[in-house]
Design a protein around this ligand. Structure first.
Ligand SMILES: Cc1ncc(COP(=O)(O)O)c(C=O)c1O
Length: 369
């Protein structure tokens, strides 16, 4: 059994995928070829954002977004500690400080009720993460940000294709950043990512920062990075777009089915009624995770932990947060575990997973707060 089945997806797309990759090999424009522009146009149209800039990875997308906003050493960026390291990593790399706000117990997304208290005169941006594929409460975050005239970067690495009040993730705030890492809901066959904005100036800045801050050939008007997404990876995403709407519907159906079948045995994460999740991960909480994990393995069921430590507990980041605690994030880090989730997960396999979970976790874990 696969945790994420990319082989069935490739089998379904093989002809178009191979033809698109072959076209790049034939025209030879490996960097900034026609596929890059085509993908940017398709993704901008899909999300409704005015600008889309294809970049080397989701990590690079966050870095370029922070650079375009002029975040500099000594600044603070408010974000969540319950996320993949890249979120905080790019803030630290720029010399700024991640200021963590604890998360909601039922969604694992930043707790907007605690957001305002984290804003100081040094705050330069707010960076919520749409974790596991479900957008955070973006309207409320934007409302608070507007009060302090702060930009909002949605780390939408896991949520491309999800919606919030009918609007598309990546186009819910000043800037949206996504990842096309192979296991993401919309993935390529290597590294890739994209940045979205409807602000013309930011769009121009991010496009230039992507190629070493060049306004024109060898005219460097700002400091940038080598952050392009290559034409072959763009061709891969273009091929995957043909099936993506179906995949999103499948993911939503499979996620809801898991919820219904598992709720009596384990604590499931909740998708709020005004949003959809693309379930980059289908994650539940269990009290005795190590035993549960081992049990799944014995049943031949792969699982993964997203994430085993809150970022303020990670060795590279802990120093700045010795006197702080984020109890919900810490508890989730002890209890979460992700089950196989992909658009090609069939009913029989899902039933096998559910039966094993029921056997291993007969009761939901207790509420954290
Ligand atoms: C929340 C989050 N942010 C950022 C990233 C970084 O994306 P990438 O792996 O494409 O650099 C990831 C993905 O791994 C992620 O899950």
């Amino acid at each position: 059994m696969d945790f994420i089945d990319l082989k069935s997806q490739y089998a379904a797309l093989r002809e178009d995928m191979n033809a698109r990759i072959q076209r790049v090999l034939d025209h030879g424009q490996y960097i900034l070829g026609p596929e890059v522009k085509e993908l940017e146009e398709r993704l901008a149209a899909r999300t409704g954002a005015k600008h889309c800039v294809a970049v080397a990875s989701g990590t690079e997308a966050l870095l370029i977004a922070l650079m375009a906003l002029g975040v500099k050493p000594g600044d603070e960026v408010v974000t969540t500690p319950f996320t993949f390291a890249a979120t905080a990593e790019m803030i630290v790399l720029i010399g700024a400080k991640p200021v963590f706000v604890d998360v909601e117990e039922d969604t694992a997304n930043i707790d907007v009720l605690k957001l305002q208290a984290a804003i100081t005169p040094r705050t330069r941006a707010i960076m919520p993460v749409s974790l596991y594929g479900q957008p955070a409460d973006m309207d409320e975050i934007n409302r608070i940000a507007a009060q302090y005239k702060l930009p909002v970067i949605e780390d939408a690495a896991q949520s491309f294709g999800a919606t919030y009040k009918g609007r598309e993730s990546c186009n819910l705030s000043t800037i949206g950043c996504t990842s096309f890492f192979p296991s993401k809901p919309l993935g390529c066959y290597g590294d890739g990512g994209a940045i979205f904005t409807s602000d013309d100036e930011l769009g121009k800045a991010m496009r230039e920062i992507r190629v070493h801050g060049q306004e024109g050939r060898y005219r460097h008007t700002r400091v940038g990075v080598g952050g392009r997404m290559d034409s072959i990876q763009c061709a891969v995403v273009l091929a995957k777009l043909e099936r993506f709407d179906w995949e999103v519907r499948q993911r939503i159906e499979i996620g809801a089915h898991y919820d219904a079948l598992l709720a009596p045995s384990v604590t499931t994460m909740k998708v709020r009624p005004d949003r959809t999740s693309v379930y980059a991960q289908y994650t539940v909480r269990v009290a005795e995770r190590a035993r549960f994990e081992q049990g799944l393995k014995t049943h031949g069921i792969p699982s993964a932990v997203h994430y085993p430590l809150s970022l303020h507990q990670q060795p590279a980041y802990a120093a700045g947060y010795a006197d702080q605690s984020f109890p919900v994030s810490e508890a989730l880090a002890r209890e979460v575990i992700s089950l196989p989730m992909h658009a090609d997960l069939d009913e029989a396999t899902q039933q096998r997973i559910v039966a094993a979970v029921r056997k291993l976790a007969p009761a939901p874990s207790k509420s954290i707060q």
